[in-house]
Structures are given as C-alpha cells and as structure tokens.
Design a protein around this ligand. Structure first.
Ligand code: AMP
Length: 489
C-alpha cells in the first residue's frame, strides 16, 4: 500500500486529461456502430466532453470522434451511414481541463505491423509518463497527451507476433487502473486491470457479443448480461467465439467503491449488486449511524436520491422532494472555473420552498468534494425557511485525490482534507453534519466491515491507501512535462 502522497501540481495537471470514461464494444451485428451509439447514450453519465466510435467492415476502419455529447454527434445519417461494419467500439470521455482537443478523443486508432487497431480506455495509468519518457528517448513520436497512447506504442514495439500477446506484453509494463476495449481486423478484445478497479461487463444480443462499462448499456439495446469481465482477464472474441485468458500475476480485487456511491448509473448491476439497492443500503446504514430527529428527509438530486430513500425508510421520517433539479443543465462538476461552478449550482437546483418552511430538514447527498454544492444547497434551504438543517453524506469524507480514473481535484481543494467535522459543519452552515463510517459503507455492501489488511475495494479517496503504485506522482515532475499544442476544438 502506498500512503497518501502529496499531489504534485505540474503542467501535467493542466494538460493531462484525467479520464472518467465509458466503454462499449460489439462484435457480430450489422450496424454495430448504431448499437454502439445507443450504448454510449446509456453511458453518457460517465463522460460528457467527447465521444467516439470506430467500426470495422471487413476491409476498412471507419471512425468518428467529436467533442460534445453522444446525441449531438451521432445523430445524423451522414455520420452513421459512414460507420459501416459488424464490429465497433465506442467511448465517452470527460477530462477535467486543458487538453480537451480532438487528438485526445478516443478510440485511438493506429496502424501496426499486424494491421489496424482501435482502442478505448477507462481509468488512469499511474506510470504512463515514466514509460512515455523512455519511449520518447527511443524515438517514439506521441500524437496525443492521453496516457492511453502509451499502451499503443508499447503494442507497436512489442517483439511478440500475435496481437493479444503484444497487448499482454504492453499491459504487463503498465501500472494503474484500466478497462479497455479494442478491435482489430478480426477481433473484439476486452481487458480489466489485475485489480479490477474499473468495471467492464460482457453481454450477448443474439449471436453478437457486447462489452460495456455498465449493464445499463446492455439494457438499452435489449442485450442479455452474461458476466463481469474478471480482474486481470482478457476476453478475445472472433469468428471462433469467445476465449478468455488471465496472463497477469494475480492481484487482490480492488473494485472502485466510488462507482457504487456516485459514479455508476443506479440501474446498473456491478459485481452482482444492483447499484440502486446498494445506495439505499448505504442510506439505511447512515440513518442507523447518525439518526437525528427531523420532519423530512430531502435528497440533493439526483445523486443523493437513492441514499435518501434508504435513510427515510430506516428512520421512518418522510421522504420529500424539497429540492428540485433542473435536468437541462449539465453536471456542476463539468464547469471549468470556480466562478462558473458556483453559477452552475444555482442554475441546477432550487428549493421547493412551500414544503420546507418551519421544518427540520435532513439533507442527504452522496459526497462533499469542494463543498460548493453543499454551501449553496444549505443556503437555499435556509432561505426557504427551514427551522433546522442537518446534512448526511452517504460516503466517508473524501480526503484524498483519485489517481485511478475518477476526477477529483487536488487534495488541497478537498474540503474534508482541510477541515475537521465541526469546521466543515460551520463552513456549510448546518446544525449537524455526519458522514457514513468506512465500516458502515462496507457493511452496506454486505461485508462485515473494512478488513484492515485486505480492504475488498479501492477506497483510496477515503482511506489514502493506494493499492497501485503512483509512480508518475512520486517522480520528478519535470519528467512529465509535455509540449503543448494549441488546436482548434
Ligand atoms: P462539491 O460541490 O465540490 O462538494 O461536489 C459535490 C457534488 O459533486 C456532490 O453532489 C456529488 O454528487 C458530485 N460529485 C462527487 N464526485 C464527483 C465527480 N467525480 N464528478 C462529478 N461530480 C461529482
């Protein structure tokens, strides 16, 4: 375990896109790209900044990649009729700032000795800069600033012959969190890193095979869920069917616990658990841990809703929609500057004032990151005349940055990393503030608690225990310096 490293702020932080992404792949279906576009629609919550699909028709690869939402880019017959083929992969992506340019939009495509390969990645590699630096010394020319390109170069220089062996060789040099989908001229390939940090599931639609970050994308196309791709597993799908290999040395499972708390869609099933049911359990556990007398439980919509339902059920206090969300504004987090983020919050939520006046309100949200949302929400609930405002959070305090693919700001911007509970309560102006305990969270997931020697999940954002080395962040930041190219967006 690596203990909570200080996060270095370098040019890389502005430039390097931190991926929060969704993946989809399909093999053996006419108009594969159309189904990929539908799948990406269902995965849109995993990334709203860019989307891309690459299809292969038996002779040629066809690619369309664009900044913006799936619906805005994959809706025209001009685009869709060009993406011919019965296999395709797609990607939705969210990067925090800086290099949101087309050269970083996935799937990445490259022409190798063995033919073409398109690849898409969810997660963050933690030694990509170190390897990139070495590859550049050897003469490799990088086209993007995406860490995924490092995998592409390692595949290119591998001395193995077959593509899966080259990929295995490349990935055995990589550290970090990754789920990958790729297509070659013959195969659809899916990979999960040895710790299984990011999700990837396998589905079937008739004779076609599907890979997806979440099961909600299987539902949208009427595909059947087969199973999760296992940590460290590579699945290879071609005209002989599906083959699975596990070429990496076995590592303990460390599925990202934040997928359950916030990131995944509630109708998805991850590792056998329905995300909505997990969130309700967390809410119920939170109510048991930090009950407070009140008149109503109010979720901060939408992310706080399932936990608030669980909290209300357990506490027997009525659940009320005391805050209404405008669904036509994007996630607050997406806005680049603080000023806009503030504005965004006001645009997004409004207190349903008539029900709140004179009442003791328990607000339930899934997390506090910078605290911006909580401050605004509490302000509007107080302005609507609430007698008391209590805040309950369905995750432990977010005290550490994620380096494995969930965008969190640097540690100095995390409210819980800088204030104790009382100071945070004062800052957001609530009568009481409580978070679920880390053991309570594990209990809500059906575990006995968090095992100290062997936590069953990656919970580094709460515990500071990073299961995968953070090589790039511990090395000289000068190594990470990338040349910046200003491109039209
Ligand atoms: P903040 O306003 O900075 O405290 O952010 C907290 C809000 O952002 C909560 O309502 C969460 O639902 C949401 N949130 C937490 N983590 C993320 C993330 N990685 N990306 C987008 N939104 C998030």
């Amino acid at each position: 375990m690596v203990k909570s490293p200080p996060r270095m702020v370098t040019a890389e932080d502005d430039d390097h896109p931190k991926e929060e992404c969704g993946l989809f792949g399909i093999y053996g279906m006419v108009d594969a790209a159309a189904l990929a576009a539908l799948g990406l629609h269902a995965l849109q919550h995993r990334g709203q900044e860019a989307a891309g699909i690459v299809a292969y028709d038996g002779e040629q690869f066809h690619s369309h990649r664009a900044l913006g939402l799936v619906g805005d880019n994959f809706n025209s017959p001009d685009v869709m009729t060009r993406l011919v083929g019965d296999m395709a992969i797609g990607h939705v992506r969210y990067s925090t700032s800086g290099d949101t340019v087309i050269r970083n939009v996935q799937p990445l495509f490259a022409d190798f000795k063995f033919g073409g390969l398109a690849i898409a990645h969810n997660g963050n590699l933690t030694n990509a800069y170190k390897i990139r630096h070495e590859l550049v010394q050897r003469g490799c020319l990088f086209q993007s600033t995406s860490d995924t390109e490092t995998i592409v170069h390692l595949i290119a220089i591998s001395e193995y012959g077959r593509v899966v062996d080259r990929m295995t060789d490349a990935l055995s040099q990589i550290e970090g969190a990754y789920s990958l989908v790729a297509i070659t001229q013959k195969k659809l390939i899916g990979v999960r890193d040895p710790h299984g940090v990011r999700p990837l599931v396998l589905g079937r639609l008739g004779d076609a095979w599907i890979l997806s970050s979440e099961t909600c994308a299987l539902d949208i196309i009427g595909a059947e869920f087969v199973r999760d791709v296992e940590p460290g597993e590579i699945v290879i799908i071609d005209d002989k069917g599906l083959r699975s290999i596990k070429p990496f040395s076995k590592k303990p499972n460390r599925f990202c616990i934040f997928e359950y708390i916030y990131f995944a869609r509630p109708d998805s099933v991850m590792e056998g658990r329905n995300v909505y049911a997990v969130r309700k359990n967390i809410g119920a556990e939170l109510a048991r841990e930090s009950h407070v007398e009140a008149d109503m439980i109010v979720p901060v919509p939408d992310s706080g809703v399932p936990a608030a339902i669980g909290y209300a059920g357990e506490s027997k206090i009525p659940f009320e929609l005391g805050i209404i969300r405008n669904h036509y504004v994007g996630r607050t987090f997406i806005e680049p500057s603080d000023q806009i983020r503030h504005l965004g919050v006001r645009l997004k939520h409004n207190a349903n004032a008539s029900g709140i006046k004179g009442k003791r309100v328990v607000l339930v949200d899934d997390s506090i990151v910078r605290g911006t949302t909580s401050v605004k929400i509490v302000e509007m609930v107080r302005a609507a005349g609430a007698k008391e405002v209590h805040m309950r959070i369905s995750s432990p305090p977010t005290m550490h940055s994620c380096f494995y693919g969930i965008d969190t700001p640097q540690q100095s911007e995390l409210l819980a990393a800088n204030y104790d509970l009382d100071a945070m309560a004062k800052h957001i102006n609530v009568d009481t503030l409580a978070y679920i305990s880390i053991n309570g969270l594990y209990r809500a997931l059906g575990e006995e608690g968090r095992s100290l020697e062997m936590p069953q999940y990656c919970d580094a954002c709460f515990s500071g225990e990073y299961p995968i080395p953070l090589t790039d962040h511990e090395k000289d930041p000068a190594q990470h310096q990338l040349s910046l190219l200003d491109e039209s967006k």
